[in-house]
Structure formats: C-alpha cells, structure tokens
Design a protein around this ligand. Structure first.
Ligand SMILES: Nc1ncnc2c1ncn2[C@@H]1O[C@H](COP(=O)(O)OP(=O)(O)OP(=O)(O)O)[C@@H](O)[C@H]1O
Length: 239
C-alpha cells in the first residue's frame, strides 16, 4: 500500500487497554478496549470531544499513571504492572509538554531549558547551552534567552517549556494541547519543530489537540469518542 512517507518502527503498542477512575459505585470506566500502534518518526494527533479520554490515554502511555488492565508496551517495555521506580526510569526517555508550564520563576528562559537535561557539567554543559539557545531561537525566543518567566507572555513561557521538554533529545515526545496558548505563527513554529524532530531523528511525537493548524501538518489523526478509538487516518501532508 502506498504511504506518504516511510513508516517507522512501532515505538508504542497498546492492546486491550481499559481504564476506570473511582471504586465501587463511584467507578467510572473512561477507556474501552484500546488497540493502537504508534510509529517512530511520525507526528500522531489524538483528537475528540472533551471528556472522550484523550488525556487519560496520553498519561497512561506516558507512564504517568499506572496501567491496570490491558497492555501498553513503550519502547519495548511493558507498563502494565510496572513499579513506580520502573515508570520513573521509563519517563527519563520521554519529553513532556503539558499545559501547566511549571517554569522556575527565578531562572532565565535558558536556565529553565537547562532543567530539561539529566546530565550536566563539562562538555555536556557547553553542548546543552548551544542546544538550548538553538531550540529557543527556533521557537522565536532568541531575544528572550535571559528573561525570567515574569518578563515573558503566556505563549512565550509555553515555548520555553517546550524547549525544556526537547533539549534532552527524548525518543518519545508526548504533548497535551501544546499550541493552545500560542498565536498562529508560534503554533506553526512549534509544530514544524516537532515534525522536524520526527523526520530527522525518528522521534515519536504524540499530541492531543483540536488545533486545525496542527491537524493540517499531522501524519496521522486518531479520533476518540466516549473512551473508544473511532477513526484513524493517515494524511498525505507534506512538510
Ligand atoms: N482523576 C480523575 N478522576 C475521575 N475521573 C476522571 C479523572 N480524570 C479524568 N476523569 C474523567 O475521565 C473522562 C475522560 O477525561 P479526559 O481528561 O481523559 O478527557 P479528554 O478527552 O482529555 O478531555 P478534555 O479535552 O476536556 O481535556 C472524563 O469523563 C473525566 O471526567
């Protein structure tokens, strides 16, 4: 079958995933029988109405929440039944872009980005500073490297948080509405950057969004409805 680009290996495999919140009478099942293969090197978008389970699914595959029923294999490792310590280990390979940016108020944009790196010191310190500057510049913040969060707008803070998530070269990037606070130009910078990482480094990018600017650039769009996957389509979007 013709594909718009070479599809990379499966980096995330979900089988028979169910999830419920609460116990007893308060128990509410929010995910039903999710089967899904996500490929490296692609920008995959998850969309669907509010409450359809997108964030729950994202946090389960991100090892942020424990998988109780079914199977989630992330980079070959089973998350169902994994200990908290194993999940912490797993999370080190991931880049998270979530809405609350949690920037350190007393640190500059560049210093905040540095917090995204597990390794510091020596050559690594020089390399990070270069990578951090480059990322911030790609996100339109070249003039804001030394500003602290109080001197940045909401959208600029969001972009600093995105640079922080990406500076450690994560193999998998998980993002929840990363462009919600951004104007059109900044949103496109973010999506182009994520797509370039997918293409050039084989990064797996999974993003929850309703943003039509993002949808236009996605390789694949998966739609959820009431806790189930109801549509899954590939796009021929060029880069
Ligand atoms: N911690 C929780 N405890 C109980 N119920 C929850 C919890 N988190 C989410 N839910 C419920 O699970 C369902 C799915 O929520 P989820 O946040 O995954 O949906 P979503 O598709 O991401 O929605 P939105 O687009 O509004 O963010 C909703 O009915 C929500 O109320």
């Amino acid at each position: 079958m013709a594909e718009p680009h070479d599809v990379g290996p499966v980096s995330l495999a979900v089988r028979g995933l169910q999830h419920a919140f609460g116990l007893g009478e308060a128990r509410k099942q929010v995910l039903f029988d999710i089967d899904l293969d996500i490929h490296a090197g692609e920008l995959t978008v998850l969309m669907g109405a509010s409450g359809s389970g997108k964030t729950t699914l994202l946090t389960l595959v991100a090892a942020l929440r424990s998988v109780e029923q079914g199977s989630v294999r992330l980079l070959g490792q089973e998350l169902c039944g994994a200990s908290e310590a194993q999940r912490v280990q797993m999370r080190r390979q991931l880049g998270f872009i979530f809405q609350a940016h949690n920037l350190h108020e007393s640190l500059s944009a560049l210093q905040n980005v540095r917090l995204g790196l597990a390794v510091h010191g020596g050559e690594a310190a020089q390399a990070w500073a270069q990578a951090g500057r480059h990322l911030l510049a790609q996100l339109g913040l070249a003039e804001r490297l030394h500003h602290v969060p109080a001197q940045l707008s909401g959208g600029q803070k969001q972009r600093v948080a995105i640079a922080r998530a990406l500076v450690g070269n994560p193999v998998v990037v998980l993002a929840d509405e990363p462009t919600a606070a951004l104007d059109r130009e900044s949103a496109l910078q973010v999506v182009h950057l994520l797509k370039a990482l997918a293409r050039e480094r084989g990064t797996t990018v999974v993003m929850v969004t309703h943003d039509s600017k993002v949808l236009a650039l996605a390789d694949r769009i998966i739609t959820m409805e009431q806790g189930r996957l109801v549509d899954d389509r590939r796009s021929a979007a060029g880069f």
